[in-house]
Design a protein. Structure first.
Length: 256
């Protein structure tokens, strides 16, 4: 896929994904959401990539939400696939680090919250503005925000629409670190994560997201992780061979 709204680079096992619409405050439009989804699928499917870093172009904006384009109909194809994007980031088995280089407002605040870790520049600003502009997020933007900073603070962000500095966000638990160069720091964290067991990190991420993903989360644990590991055991090998050879399994091989 040729990208128009994002830039993707891969180096040392880390994919850096940049929302490249600084002239539009790095807002998401249909094209942006589709391209981000495609890029994260590429990360998920590429064995040589262990971690993704998500940021915005320029020094002023990470992302300030979506462009509310006029709907031609109520057909579902006209709905921007931003929830698909949030869901994919939340459930993909590889860590995603947000490097917030400026304003993270509205959907941009939700976008970094669904990532696994967030690094903020000292001048970064965090805000939810839905009720001020005729919008709201009654899903990832509320449940995950509440889990991140607590119920009272989450309601405060949504109801009062205040601006929060990077230092305030750090105190609230909205971000993990504040760094002068958030992308460079995020890349350092990514290399730290690459020293951890990828299977273990996948299991942990699936466990965290599984709280809200129901049967899909259980299926990821069972199929993507447990079954993948089980298929490499002597038990699975013996059961498969005994079935093919039309004989009873040799149980002595089960504990090898």
């Amino acid at each position: 896929m040729n990208y128009e709204d994002i830039v993707v680079t891969v180096e040392d096992g880390v994919a850096t994904i940049v929302i490249n619409r600084p002239e539009n405050a790095n807002k998401l439009r249909f094209q942006t959401a589709r391209e981000l989804l495609d890029a994260f699928r590429m990360v998920r499917e590429t064995p040589a990539i262990d971690v993704a870093v998500l940021t915005g172009a320029g020094e002023k904006f990470f992302c300030i939400g979506g462009e509310h384009e006029e709907l031609e109909s109520l057909d579902y194809s006209s709905v921007m696939p931003v929830i698909d994007l949030y869901e994919f980031i939340d459930t993909m088995p590889k860590p995603v680090i947000a490097a917030v280089n400026g304003f993270a407002v509205g959907g941009g605040n939700v976008l970094h919250v669904v990532c696994d870790l967030t690094v903020a520049a000292p001048h970064a600003v965090f805000r939810q503005v839905g009720p001020m502009v005729g919008s709201f997020d009654a899903g990832y933007g509320t449940w995950y925000l509440e889990e991140t900073i607590g119920r009272r603070r989450a309601k405060e962000m949504w109801y009062l629409n205040r601006k929060y500095s990077a230092d305030q966000a750090l105190t609230m638990g909205l971000v993990n670190d504040v760094a002068d160069d958030p992308v460079a720091h995020a890349l350092e964290l990514a290399q730290t994560l690459r020293l951890r067991g990828p299977f273990a990190l996948s299991a942990l991420k699936t466990a965290f997201s599984g709280r809200h993903t129901g049967v899909a989360g259980q299926a990821r644990l069972a199929h993507d992780l447990l079954l993948t590991a089980y298929r490499s055991t002597q038990e699975a090998d013996e059961m498969s061979k005994s079935f093919e050879e039309r004989r009873e399994p040799d149980r002595s091989r089960f504990n090898q």
